[in-house]
Design a protein around this ligand. Structure first.
Ligand code: 9UX
Length: 100
């Protein structure tokens, strides 16, 4: 009769595992971005990031030459984001990552 007790526990643990895998894992990274010279560059990068799957928030600063991005770590990495921005013609590198 132990099976009757174990079965619900098994089901529950399966369900919660599935949930945690599907859940977004927000991380924030600051990229150093070179080559931005006007506010239109900023808008262009921000627009592209906004349309990038997994990006939750982003703020590009012309003054600081940075892009601060909050993203879902299940879908993106700082390296992927740097490549994405670089591909627009603005060489980007990972400046700092806020772990966890
Ligand atoms: Mo900005 Mo562009 O600095 O053609 S130069 S958008």
């Amino acid at each position: 009769m132990k099976l009757l007790l174990i079965l619900p526990v098994l089901l529950l643990s399966l369900l919660s595992t599935g949930c945690s895998q599907a859940q977004a894992e927000p991380q924030t990274v600051t990229l150093q971005v070179k080559g931005m010279t006007c506010e239109n560059c900023v808008k262009g990068i921000e627009g592209t990031l906004e349309n990038t799957a997994g990006v939750m928030e982003n703020e590009v600063s012309l003054e600081d030459r940075t892009a601060t991005i909050t993203y879902d770590a299940n879908k993106l990495s700082p390296e992927k984001l740097a490549k994405r921005v670089s591909s627009l013609g603005y060489p980007a590198s990972v400046e700092s990552a806020q772990a966890e």
